[in-house]
Design a protein around this ligand. Structure first.
Ligand SMILES: [Zn+2]
Length: 464
């Protein structure tokens, strides 16, 4: 596979000599390297469990970084259970400055070849789209970041602050490696998380807008339990555990958390309104101006795409109870899944649910795993300016505005260490091509060139 890369490079180098446009062909070389690395990474099945190839993905990226001028010792791979994380440090020339961290993840969600049209672990380019598990989440993003750092080195760039590439190995599952990375890098100035797809293409494939993420909601699971002594079903008595739990679930189902707006979501609603239907658009604008506007709240709550952006949501997701058809239930349980608006602790939301349930017989337990509550990162002018400038290199005039993610990304663990963290993936995609975590995941190949220009500009602007 590396031989193919060398051949591509040789070809590009020849073109450089023959037509004399050194600058643009150098960048073409970085584009080619990014695409080649992405394909090699997709071919590695980096899925949690037996045969997890995250360590091989890390070795692939390390070899590209070392070939591109990093010292062996500057790039470390740390094995953790069946996975690994990678840290590459590029020393800046001002040791007083705190490092810029570039975050990504090397693992992918499971994909069953029998369900896919093409094999998920054989990268294929068809009709301008790169197909394969991890194409959009996030092996192309990883490869672009690696190739951009190599290209910056090749161009002779020296950062003032250290640039630290930090790739986790279990973002899609336990996030153990991310927690280790966040602790190890807790002195960072900021984190640029290149996960996902920040750009929106319309149905015709025209760039519509670009969003960067400055906050995410907190994932929480609460387990509700009602117990009772039970008995023979021919001798019913009150209270019945299933009836009690059901009544509490109905009250919780009717309960609405207070709508909230933050600096970030206000900016989002104001800018995103123009892409919505007239009814949603006017509700977004009215809510941004006055988050107590009950008419706007009703419209935004009725729309699954916006209900999560105006406050905490909680919904029952599983229920079980009883042990025999002819016995009174001894136990009934349910799971309430919440997406908590930034600024609230899980305990606070669990207490609020307890008040909504309004029955002391219902016991609440926080059953959340692998999640922490985090506040929004500040809207820093230096970050906003650098992102906007970088996007406009490839997509002149495209509106750029912030958003809040539904969670949970690696940024959560960095924010937990009080490091400002920003979701800044340069990839643009249509709604009809959005299949991350799903079948036939893909990404437009023409994203590569503007994404490379974007990362080169962004990494340099925020490290100089
Ligand atoms: Zn991801």
């Amino acid at each position: 596979m590396r031989a193919a890369t060398a051949a591509t490079w040789a070809c590009v180098a020849f073109m450089t000599v023959s037509n004399g446009h050194a600058k643009s062909t150098d960048r073409d070389r970085a584009d080619a390297e990014a695409l080649d690395l992405a394909k090699q990474a997709i071919a590695l099945r980096s899925v949690r469990g037996p045969g997890n190839q995250v360590p091989q993905v890390a070795a692939l990226f390390k070899s590209a970084l070392v070939a591109g001028g990093f010292n062996e010792a500057e790039v470390t791979i740390t094995p953790v259970d069946d996975t690994a994380f990678l840290v590459a440090r590029w020393k800046g020339n001002d040791p007083k400055l705190k490092p810029l961290v570039i975050s990504g993840h090397m693992d992918v969600v499971e994909a069953k070849p029998s369900d896919w049209v093409r094999d998920p672990f054989t990268p294929v380019i068809e009709n301008g789209l790169l197909y394969g598990r991890g194409a959009s989440d996030m092996k192309l993003d990883d490869a672009l970041a690696v190739a951009a750092l190599v290209e910056l080195k090749r161009e002779g760039y020296t950062p003032r602050r250290d640039i630290v590439l930090a790739f986790s190995g279990d973002e899609e599952t336990t996030m153990k490696t991310t927690q280790m990375l966040a602790k190890e890098l807790s002195n960072a100035e900021m984190v640029l998380n290149v996960d996902g797809t920040g750009g929106q293409l319309d149905a015709e494939g025209k760039p519509q807008y670009f969003t960067w993420s400055g906050a995410e909601k907190t994932y929480a699971d609460f387990e509700l339990t009602v117990t009772s002594p039970g008995g023979h079903s021919s001798r019913p008595y009150d209270p019945n555990a299933i009836n009690q739990l059901s009544a509490a679930l109905v009250r919780i189902g009717q309960y609405r958390f207070k709508p909230e707006v933050s600096e970030l979501t206000r900016a989002y609603f104001t800018a995103a309104a123009r892409y919505e239907s007239p009814e949603i658009a006017s509700a977004m604008r009215a809510f941004a101006a006055d988050p107590t506007d009950s008419k706007a709240i009703a419209v935004l709550r009725a729309n699954p795409a916006t209900i999560g952006k105006i406050g905490t949501t909680c919904v029952v997701t599983t229920i079980s109870g009883g042990h025999a058809s002819n016995a009174l239930p001894q136990r009934a349980t349910a799971n309430i899944n919440c997406r908590i608006f930034p600024g609230h602790l899980r305990t606070e939301i669990m207490e609020e649910l307890g008040r909504a349930a309004a029955d002391p017989a219902v016991q609440f337990k926080d059953a959340s795993q692998g999640s922490v509550a985090t506040d929004a990162s500040p809207i820093r002018p230096d970050v906003v300016d650098a992102i906007t400038k970088a996007i406009h290199l490839g997509y002149p005039g495209v509106p750029v505005f912030p958003t809040m993610s539904a969670g949970a990304s690696d940024s959560m663990w960095f924010r937990n260490e009080h490091i400002p963290s920003y979701g800044v993936s340069p990839l643009f995609i249509k709604d009809s091509d959005r299949f991350s975590h799903g079948l036939n995941e893909r990404i437009p190949v023409r994203d590569v060139h503007p994404s490379m220009d974007y990362l080169l500009s962004l990494f340099a602007d925020l490290s100089k």
